[in-house]
Design a protein around this ligand. Structure first.
Ligand SMILES: [Zn+2]
Ligand SMILES: [Zn+2]
Length: 285
């Protein structure tokens, strides 16, 4: 087996996933994964209810090598404050669909506090950028917003792993029209190299892991050339001293990616022992 850990998995505790925990554990074992964790989405403060369900599902299936994590989404700080103040039942969607726009680049926030994480005995936190925070839809602005969100995650003490850098859900436009693919999809070099260096320095300084999300290896949405370029980027981050974790980001099907991961990882010089595990928060039993 080439890789033996998977630190990014969604189970039915997540709003958008259907995998049961027993199925995940069975498939992971079959595919050679001995260390893993479930990391369901929390996008807004009230979504702690999802995490409670996730925790119950975890507790009912505990075993050695199986850990409890969460995936927190960055939000625009002004929007976050607005949503908390005007929350209630609508808060779930307030965090994305608000009547008024907010200014970009006004800071970011994560939906749960360290205390809340501890109350549910969360062992590790994945922080992920999932959408632009009011940046204008030009390539330069989206890249600037994404870079700042990534740096925020690299510096926030709650985060252990920065999820899927440069994976994103957004449209952008230029004089030729509107595109609904990533603004660096056609050309990863559109991201200035200094952005990667700054990110790596912040990650190292704060002891964070960077995830190599397996969607960048097996995802059908990415052309082969992009996947190869992304693998080189991951390798460069590793050589700059950033620990790399692997994550399948499975939602509805648990994939066996051994062959694809081995091929792509070997191509850029990784050995199986190069991949990291997060450091876990410890709790008394
Ligand atoms: Zn994510
Ligand atoms: Zn995820």
């Amino acid at each position: 087996m080439y890789y033996t850990s998977d630190w990014h998995i969604h189970c039915e505790g997540s709003y958008d996933a259907s995998l049961t925990v027993p199925h995940i554990l069975q498939k992971a074992e079959e595919y050679g994964i001995t260390e893993l964790g479930i990391t369901d989405h929390v996008n807004a403060p009230s979504w702690i209810t999802y995490l409670k369900k996730s925790r119950e599902l975890f507790d009912a299936n505990r075993r050695p090598g199986f850990h409890f994590g969460v995936e927190l989404t960055t939000q625009s700080k002004p929007l976050f404050d607005y949503a908390v103040k005007n929350g209630g039942a609508e808060e779930l969607w307030l965090l994305r669909r608000v009547p008024n726009r907010f200014d970009p680049y006004q800071g970011y926030e994560l939906p749960l506090t360290e205390e809340e994480l501890r109350s549910l005995k969360v062992e590790y936190v994945i922080g992920g950028v999932h959408w632009p925070c009011f940046a204008p839809y030009t390539r330069e602005d989206i890249i600037k917003d994404y870079s700042l969100q990534n740096l925020y995650l690299a510096c926030d003490p709650r985060v252990d792993i920065v999820a899927h850098p440069w994976d994103f859900d957004c449209a952008w436009q230029n004089e030729n029209g509107i595109f609904d693919t990533l603004p660096w999809y056609d050309n990863f070099e559109a991201i200035p190299h200094s952005v990667h260096e700054e990110f790596a320095a912040a990650m190292k300084e704060n002891g964070k892991c960077m995830e190599w999300n397996l969607c960048f290896i097996v995802g059908r949405q990415y052309p082969e050339a992009f996947k190869r370029r992304y693998a080189e980027y991951v390798r460069e981050m590793f050589e700059l001293g950033v620990p790399i974790t692997l994550g399948s980001d499975a939602h509805d099907e648990y994939p066996n990616c051994q062959d694809a991961v081995q091929e792509m990882a070997c191509r850029v010089g990784f050995e199986p022992q190069d991949f990291a595990r997060p450091s876990f928060r410890a709790y008394e039993e």
